[in-house]
Design a protein around this ligand. Structure first.
Ligand SMILES: N[C@@H](CCC(=O)N[C@@H](CS)C(=O)NCC(=O)O)C(=O)O
Length: 200
């Protein structure tokens, strides 16, 4: 099994955490996105949208989209319940992450890391508005629930928590969300959780 990833991508970080939690051996090919490594015709054969993460199986087939990769890898493990209703809840949370949370949180992080935030303050304000709306929904749920789905940590918690755990880098005031803070600490204390790769 081979994972195509990049150092700074939260979507790739999700997959590395799960692979480690499952004890699944794999080869890691880390692309330099700034150099255009993901935009080659060769890589497009592996990743249809020229994006990481992409997981290539031993038979050559590949899976793209972090949520799809998490669901594939977690099959049969304690991180993905068999019950169809619980699974549907997990897919629901992973969809909420991609649809509502990921774009505003990830874009603000990138703009801050590149030192561009001051030059595009109107855009940052709009992204903060969208991000806070989604974070408030998450906070509301976590005020009365320990985990996103059922009574234990699942790939829903992993998938949703990553960009939330990086949100302060993008200028989000996370002190406003105590329930999210408690939940992120629980997620990070799960066995096998690993840090983001160092940059460089
Ligand atoms: N929805 C996708 C998003 C993947 C994505 O946006 N990947 C970015 C890095 S985080 C990428 O590969 N961009 C290609 C590039 O910058 O060349 C997922 O969850 O995997």
């Amino acid at each position: 099994m081979r994972l195509y990833d990049s150092r700074m991508s939260g979507n790739c970080w999700k997959v590395r955490i799960l692979l480690n939690q499952l004890g699944q051996p794999y080869e890691r090919i880390t692309l330099d996105l700034a150099k255009g490594d993901a935009q080659t015709p060769e890589f497009q054969q592996i990743s249809r949208f020229s994006r990481v993460p992409a997981l290539q199986l031993d038979d050559g087939r590949s899976i793209v989209e972090s949520g799809a990769i998490l669901l594939y890898l977690a099959q049969g493990s304690r991180y993905l319940p068999d019950d169809p209703w619980l699974r549907a809840q997990i897919v629901g949370w992973l969809s909420f992450e991609q649809g509502d949370l990921q774009k505003p949180l990830a874009q603000c992080r990138v703009y801050h890391l590149k030192g561009l935030a001051g030059q595009i303050s109107a855009q940052i304000e709009q992204l903060h508005g969208e991000g806070y709306l989604a974070l408030e929904k998450l906070e509301h749920w976590l005020t009365t629930h320990n985990w996103l789905v059922g009574d234990d940590y699942t790939v829903a918690d992993l998938g949703v928590s990553i960009y939330v755990s990086l949100a302060s880098v993008g200028g989000f005031d996370m002190q406003r969300f105590p329930a999210i803070g408690r939940w992120i600490a629980q997620v990070k204390s799960q066995p096998g959780w690993v840090e983001l790769l160092p940059n460089g």
